[in-house]
Ligand binder design. Structure first.
Ligand SMILES: *Cc1c(COP(=O)(O)O)cnc(C)c1O
Length: 375
């Protein structure tokens, strides 16, 4: 499939990703921040986000300007008090970023790390919480986008609840496509953004935080612009963000939430991503590529492929040739293993993924490689 002249490429990347024309069109308005339509837009979006994780009765939604990392940093600053201590479950770069945030914030952190191709250690978590009374919070990345691995967030939540600690979830690349129900997976707070499985444009994230404990978080934040307590107070008191709101992002997200609903909610979106993932993995394996993860650990979000050992295969060349055909993929992010990644999320389905695999096949041919597996 050759892209139309001037058409955007298909982004097989985990955000920014390909959005629908209607999501982009929704941004063709200028609303003032005191416009009643804008205030209602905020309320509708926050209510929609809470209902996606069955948290309308138990949690608050606090939107925030910036990319997803801003929301993660704000969540940690708001939730973990100065005298608190975080146990960070790490199996990839986003987990490490949480430790880095703690070190900037001056929050104590201890790390329980597993390999990038293994889920985090639930039994080890149980032991660590039993052994260290000072740990107040536990952090986990639901889908670790570094590798594409699914972490056992429900099991982790049970252990954390049993030990009566608070769970913080980086749900960035999961929210909107993987199940997360507050009554079943107790959590103190989660952070996510508009531009991954919600299929909206980048520019804002949000934190969903337990309502009962929220007033006690006043004063925890180290930063004015990332102070979630004050952001929530302002929205609650007068319907206003404290600083210039990303109006067009909110308009796009509102439309993206409508489209999520039309697709059958989280279950419907997940089915499409699972199909995208299946077509990708089967097609790439047929061409001789190998996945980092076994299928049972793979989230239908982004797939890591091992760099082929073939002498004729050069990744920069492969990337450029795919790009010329209208497909943008992602370099690898693993520490020890040479790899690249292809995303399954965004506004496209199995036909587009099939065409992407066909483009990979053509590219291999133009590189003079007939079959990676057999050479
Ligand atoms: C994308 C992502 C983030 C945030 O990344 P930004 O580039 O700041 O949007 C955080 N955690 C995970 C797991 C992610 O996939």
């Amino acid at each position: 499939m050759e892209p139309l002249p001037g058409a955007d490429p298909l982004l097989l990347t985990p955000g920014p990703l390909t959005t629908s024309a209607t999501v982009k069109q929704a941004m063709l308005h200028d609303y003032g921040s005191r416009d009643i339509r804008f205030i209602e837009l905020n309320q509708r979006i926050c209510a929609g986000l809470l209902s996606l994780c069955d948290a309308s009765e138990t949690h608050l939604c606090i939107p925030l300007q910036g990319s997803g990392s801003f929301a993660v940093e704000a969540m940690i600053a708001n939730q973990v008090p100065g005298e608190g201590k975080l146990l960070n479950l790490v199996n990839g770069a986003y987990g490490h970023r949480i430790s880095e945030i703690c070190s900037y914030l001056g929050r104590r952190v201890s790390v329980l790390e597993t390999g990038e191709d293994r889920p985090v250690d639930v039994a080890g978590l149980d032991q660590a919480l039993a052994a260290d009374e000072e740990i107040t919070h536990v952090a986990i990345v639901y889908c670790e986008t570094t590798s594409g691995i699914l972490n056992p967030v429900a099991d982790i939540a049970q252990v954390v609840a049993t030990h009566q600690r608070s769970l913080l979830i980086d749900a960035m690349s999961a929210f909107g496509a993987l199940p997360l129900s507050a009554p079943e997976v107790p959590f103190a707070a989660l952070a996510a953004s508009a531009n991954k499985c919600l299929e909206s444009v980048p520019g804002m994230g949000f934190v969903i935080a337990a309502r009962e404990a929220f007033p006690a978080t006043e004063g925890n934040a180290h930063s004015t612009s990332l102070d979630l307590y004050r952001q929530w107070r302002s929205l609650n008191d007068n319907g206003q963000w404290r600083f210039t709101p990303p109006v067009h992002c909110l308009l796009a997200l509102d439309q993206a939430l409508v489209e999520l609903e039309e697709e059958g909610g989280i279950a419907g979106r997940r089915r499409r991503y699972e199909e995208n993932c299946r077509v990708l993995v089967e097609g790439m394996r047929e061409l001789g590529f190998a996945t980092l993860l076994p299928d049972e650990l793979q989230a239908p979000v982004i797939v890591t492929f091992l760099m082929p050992g073939n002498d004729q295969f050069s990744f920069p060349d492969f990337y450029r040739r795919l790009n010329d055909r209208g497909y943008v993929i992602y370099p690898g992010k693993l520490t020890g293993t040479d790899s690249f990644r292809i995303g399954c999320i965004g506004h496209f389905g199995a036909d587009e993924m099939q065409a992407a695999v066909a483009a990979v096949k053509q590219v291999l041919q133009t590189m003079g490689i007939r079959n990676l597996g057999s050479e």
